[in-house]
Design a binder for this molecule. Structure first.
Ligand SMILES: Nc1ncnc2c1ncn2[C@@H]1O[C@H](COP(=O)(O)OP(=O)(O)OP(=O)(O)O)[C@@H](O)[C@H]1O
Ligand SMILES: O=C(O)C1=C[C@@H](O)[C@@H](O)[C@H](O)C1
Ligand SMILES: [Mg+2]
Length: 171
């Protein structure tokens, strides 16, 4: 079985995915970490030196690679399901269950403001007001893809351990 965690930047995919994998005794792959390791560059370096189109092409190639794995929890990047045939690949992967971690705009903004420098799409945004506007528009565009997941979990008001347990219970 594969559990694929999907959601906007800051929704908790990496943090919760790692915990779920430990509880289920599954392997854990964070697609962003996998890309960084394969490319021997950080995500900001890839965007800066090679550009976003290069990143999206590699993200697609490595997604296909990790979808071959079994007994694994995979946390995708925030944009992964929203490009090319990636969401179709997730939905058609063998024995795969996709979970959308759905978070409100104010919660995402509170989490992302202090951590924005590691995320090239928002690194240039400095105020809470501007980040709220950006996340609102971006999430609206991306929700079309996120909402295709087989399960949706609202994360607002829940701790990482509560969400971890909820996912473990689902499977
Ligand atoms: N339910 C939660 N309650 C409080 N803090 C949380 C919760 N989920 C995640 N966080 C915190 O929010 C921040 C972002 O989480 P994380 O890096 O796991 O998000 P992500 O979805 O993997 O983002 P990205 O798409 O950018 O990789 C972290 O500091 C994490 O500890
Ligand atoms: O939302 C996005 O498009 C991104 C999210 C991160 O996980 C990284 O994959 C990268 O910063 C792009
Ligand atoms: Mg992550």
């Amino acid at each position: 079985m594969k559990i694929i965690l999907i959601g906007y930047m800051g929704s908790g995919k990496s943090t919760i995915g790692k915990n779920v994998s430990k509880m289920l005794n599954f392997d854990f792959i964070d697609l962003d970490d996998y890309i960084q390791e394969k490319e021997q560059l950080t995500i900001p370096q890839i965007f800066d030196r090679k550009g976003e189109i290069y990143f999206r092409k590699k993200e697609h190639v490595y997604l296909k690679e990790v979808l071959e794995r079994t007994d694994v929890v995979v946390s995708l990047g925030g944009g992964t399901p929203c490009y090319g045939s990636n969401m179709a690949a997730v939905l058609s992967a063998k024995d795969a269950h996709s979970v959308y971690l759905k978070s409100s705009i104010p919660n995402l903004v509170q989490r992302l403001l202090p951590e924005r420098l590691g995320r090239p799409l928002i690194a240039h945004i400095t105020t809470e007001e501007d980040l709220t506007e950006f996340v609102g528009k971006h999430l609206f565009e991306r929700s079309y893809y996120y909402s295709q997941c087989t399960k949706t979990l609202v994360t607002d008001g829940k701790t990482v351990s509560e969400l971890t347990e909820e996912i473990v219970r689902l499977f």
